[in-house]
Structures are given as structure tokens and as C-alpha cells.
Design a protein around this ligand. Structure first.
Ligand code: AMP
Length: 276
């Protein structure tokens, strides 16, 4: 496996791939890799001749310096993970390599003021800004994103339609532990007790979903969701609500929706979404 840190070196390999007519799949990550990332890599390996993974903890998408500084970083383990999962090229640039001094921020204009965008102002601007850089450097055939970050997936889908029409976006279902919780880099920051609490919250939420009348409209389901969440022992909650799968609105039947949540365990913010 190649580990590359600078763009010019990367570009010489990309040219070599192009000359051989290799198809390239790209999996952008922030590292602290887990089985969820593994699913994206597996899919890309299946679809393409070569798979590139990037590891870049993108400061521009964090709302606080503290959250950025404490984001899990597992360099050595990530190298092993990528190599064991058959990644061809790991791109791990520094911030200086990616951003100019006064890098302009690209403003995201889709799916604004709802879900994570409502609580993490500017977060998706940072996501789009870094992806614009990566997409224009790597020019892969396909790019892979997880449904775990569903609003992000929808925003990137729009961004690609607007600016990178020839890039193929592939979405990958959320990989879950045996207990049902989504694998996440942030789970590493949880104590045993917090992890146990998250598992039991998740299981209660699954039961709530099972008990819900599927013919409800989304607004009625959201009333029920309010009742359910008020009975849970949650320290802090950003949102817990159903939204339409297609446009993330609250129109339509609950059977066309997902249940989205963002909750805190201590100072760790955890998001997930469950298809109804
Ligand atoms: P991150 O490193 O958290 O920025 O995630 C990189 C990519 O992996 C994003 O496209 C995520 O949606 C995806 N991802 C994260 N966790 C999971 C999971 N449990 N299952 C599937 N994809 C995931």
C-alpha cells in the first residue's frame, strides 16, 4: 500500500492509473477507521481497479477547536486497517497541503437549517469545501459515502450534481455492531457506561419504531417521537425526529421516512438515523 502525503506525488500515481485505464474509487474519511469505513472500502474494491482512501481531520468542519483537538486519531492502527483491507493508496495530506492561507469557504445552500445544519452552523460548508478540494485533485470515477451521515450524503449528492456531474456517488448502508449501534469514530471517546447507555437507548428506539403505526403521516409520528424521547434519560439532545427520505422535509407518510437523532453522552455528540 502506498502512503502519500503530497499532491504532486499523488498526481503522478493518478496519471499512471489513467494511462492504464484503471477505474478509481475514492473513500474520504477522517481516520480512526472502523468497520463502517471498512464497508465503503469493500464496496469500492469491488467496483474499481484501484481504491484510494483519504485520512484528513478537516478543521473547517468542526464547530470548536476543542472538538477538533480531541477527535480520535489512530495513525498506526489506520495504516494497518487500510493495508489489511486492500487499500491501494492512502492519501494523508497536512492542512497546509490542502488549504491556501486564506482559503475561501464554499457555502452549502441545500438542506439548510434542519437537523445537523441547525445545530452545527457552518459544518457542512466545511465538508463541501474540503470535498471540492479532494474531488478536483483526485478526479476519481466513483466516490463512497455512508448513510450513517444521511444529511451529509444528501448535501453531497446535490453538490456533485451541481459541480462534478461525471463523478458517480455511491451510498453505503450503515454498518452496525451486534447490539445495533452504528460504528462511529466518536464511540471511542465513550466510557463503558456511556456505551452501554447508548446501546440501551438504541434498543428502546428500535422498539418505539416497531410499535409505530406505519400509516401515520410524518407530523403525527413526530408527536409520538416527542412523547417517547421525553421519557428517556438523555443528558442533552439536539434533535429526534422523522423526516422524509427524499427531501428531508416533514411531508408524507412515516413509511417514506427515517428517524434522525443527535444526542450527547457527556460531551460526545452522536448521530444516527434509522430507516422506518
Ligand atoms: P468519517 O471518517 O466519520 O468522516 O466517515 C467517513 C465516511 O464513512 C462517511 O461517508 C461516513 O458516512 C462513513 N461511515 C461512518 N460510519 C459508518 C458506518 N457505521 N457505516 C457506514 N458508513 C459509515
Amino acid at each position: 500500500m502506498l502512503i502519500i502525503k503530497d499532491i504532486s506525488n499523488l498526481q503522478s500515481y493518478l496519471t499512471a492509473y489513467q494511462n492504464r485505464n484503471y477505474s478509481v474509487g475514492f473513500v474520504p474519511t477522517m481516520g480512526a477507521l472502523h468497520k463502517g469505513h471498512g464497508e465503503l472500502i469493500k464496496k469500492s474494491k469491488n467496483d474499481n481497479h484501484k481504491t484510494i482512501v483519504s485520512i484528513f481531520v478537516n478543521e473547517k468542519q468542526f464547530n470548536s477547536k476543542e472538538d477538533f483537538n480531541s477527535y480520535p486519531r489512530n495513525k498506526g492502527l489506520d495504516y494497518n486497517f487500510c493495508s489489511e483491507n486492500g487499500v491501494d493508496l492512502l492519501f494523508e495530506p497536512s492542512s497546509e497541503e490542502i488549504y491556501n492561507k486564506n482559503e475561501p469557504i464554499i457555502k452549502n445552500t441545500n438542506f439548510n437549517n434542519i437537523l445537523c445544519d441547525r445545530f452545527r452552523k457552518g459544518h457542512f460548508d466545511g465538508v463541501i469545501t474540503v470535498l471540492d478540494k479532494f474531488f478536483s485533485i483526485i478526479k476519481s470515477n466513483k466516490v463512497y459515502f455512508g448513510e450513517k451521515d444521511f444529511q451529509q450524503l444528501k448535501i453531497i449528492e446535490k453538490f456533485i450534481q451541481e459541480k462534478y456531474k461525471s463523478l458517480d456517488l455511491v451510498s453505503v448502508p450503515t454498518k452496525r455492531s451486534e447490539e445495533g449501534i452504528a460504528y462511529s469514530s466518536r464511540n471511542e471517546k465513550l466510557s463503558k457506561k456511556q456505551l452501554q447507555d447508548l446501546i440501551s437507548f438504541h434498543q428502546q428506539t428500535e422498539n418505539f419504531l416497531k410499535s409505530l403505526e406505519k400509516s401515520f403521516d410524518i407530523n403525527t409520528a413526530n408527536q409520538k417521537a416527542k412523547g417517547f424521547i421525553m421519557e428517556q434519560d438523555i443528558e442533552k439532545l439536539d434533535y429526534f425526529e422523522f423526516r422524509n427520505n427524499d427531501d428531508l422535509s416533514t411531508n408524507g407518510k412515516v413509511s417514506d421516512s427515517r428517524l434522525f437523532y443527535a444526542i450527547y453522552k457527556g460531551n460526545v455528540r452522536l448521530i444516527d438515523n434509522l430507516k422506518v
